[in-house]
Design a protein around this ligand. Structure first.
Ligand SMILES: [Zn+2]
Length: 412
């Protein structure tokens, strides 16, 4: 399942983040893991403070850090999912060998290969009795497959092992039943699943080992669970950006994405009503809610992918910074569901592959300034912007031009 590190040389690594939707009991388990890690990190910081963390002191070895960790927090290893211990030690090494005070940084649990995509809507953590609902499908340019194909190989490996153990048991092996029991205890929800068609192909993007779980505050102020995975991308998967120009990008609910460069402009309009108004007659389950989100997202997914590919042909992208607090809940929900709210993050991540630099522009004033001459204009009916000098133009196209102007001239 794991690949040697040197194989990264011919690939580029990007990080992708998906949201998890745990049940209350899964949520409690996640919280307990992070709490245990936070406590251990705090204890380790206290122990090392003023001694090894001091500048000039020799760096601790991996063995020393592992030893100290078991000393300050004897129950930690047993309280975490099985087999994540080496990753936890590696994480502590990174923190403490660089002598950073880790007590202030956000706790994250390095699950690495112990968390795997199971299809496009679930992940499984080794040792957990149930799958966790996850919006794996909500990634651009088919990158969902990069996570799923690695998961498929994992499912196949587990099933192969199960088959081998059953054969051994039939043949009279005394240890087989114990081993099969352990395998099912660790991978139970995976063992009966169809493994899916595609496995890892090194010519296509596929998951690397790193994956970590964090709890963050979402745009509506609620805590959300995020899983960040590293994806290995083969060279040439995305062409290098060839347009020297800067493109300005305005995002919205009617016109989802509007872009404008020095001479050209384009728009991705929404084709169906956004959500926010649809409510189920029966209470949603985690999975039914995920399917509703997925169907909303799929309405715009192809168009969004097309826009992303186009924007990544530019050397510079200036994108409107979303002022989440200024948006009403319905608009926020619609922009999250149709994927528009993630555009900046996706472009920033993928821009590393194409050589595209993405900058976020404060949109204040950009809708009433003329993107052509900079004069203040007037918003008319029918979504028209009127400039005394330049005439009438679609207001979103003007906003995209304005955002481009702001990024080029540095005025806000
Ligand atoms: Zn003008």
């Amino acid at each position: 399942m794991t690949h040697p590190v040197h194989s990264n040389a011919d690939h580029e690594l990007i990080r992708v983040t998906v949201q998890l939707f745990p049940t209350p009991s899964q949520d409690a388990t996640f919280r307990a893991w992070l709490a245990a890690l936070t406590q251990a990190n705090g204890a380790l910081t206290t122990v090392l403070h003023g001694t090894t963390l001091r500048a000039g002191a020799p760096a601790l070895t991996r063995d020393e850090i592992a030893y100290l960790l078991t000393l300050v927090s004897p129950a930690l290893e047993a309280s975490l999912p099985p087999s994540v211990w080496p990753s936890v030690i590696s994480q502590c090494c990174t923190r403490f060998q660089r002598r950073r005070d880790s007590s202030a940084s956000e706790p994250s649990l390095p699950l690495d290969v112990q968390i795997q995509a199971i299809g496009e809507m679930h992940v499984h953590v080794t040792g957990q009795p149930d799958l966790v609902v996850a919006d794996l499908w909500r990634l651009p340019l088919g990158l969902t497959e990069a996570l799923v194909c690695t998961g498929n190989d994992h499912v196949r490996a587990v099933q192969h092992q199960g088959h081998t153990l059953r054969t051994a048991d039939t043949a009279g092996s005394p240890a087989a039943l114990t081993q099969l029991h352990d395998l099912i205890r660790l991978h139970g929800p995976v063992i009966g699943r169809p493994p899916g068609h595609t496995g890892v192909h090194r010519t296509q993007p596929h998951r690397a080992q790193f994956a970590d779980l964090t709890c963050q505050i979402g745009v509506d102020g609620k805590e959300i669970w995020l899983l960040t995975c590293t994806v290995r991308v083969p060279p040439g998967w995305l062409p290098r950006a060839h347009r020297q120009d800067t493109v300005g990008v305005d995002v919205g609910v009617r016109a989802l994405v509007t872009w404008a460069d020095a001479t050209d402009a384009g728009q991705l309009l929404r084709t169906t009503l956004p959500v926010g108004d649809w409510r189920p007659q029966q209470p949603a389950t985690l999975l039914s809610a995920a399917w509703v989100r997925r169907m909303q997202f799929e309405r715009t997914q192809a168009g969004l992918d097309q826009v992303i590919r186009h924007l990544l042909t530019y050397r510079r992208v200036a994108i409107e910074q979303l002022a989440w607090r200024g948006l009403t809940a319905g608009i926020r929900e619609a922009m999250t569901l149709n994927g528009v709210s993630s555009l900046g993050v996706w472009l920033t991540g993928l821009g590393r592959l194409t050589g595209t630099v993405v900058c976020a522009v404060n949109p204040a004033g950009t809708s009433v300034q003329c993107g052509q001459c900079g004069q203040r204009g007037v918003l008319q009916a029918n979504r028209v912007f009127r400039c005394q000098n330049c005439g009438d133009i679609d207001r979103d196209t003007n906003a995209a031009r304005s955002i481009r102007r702001v990024s080029l001239e540095g005025w806000t």
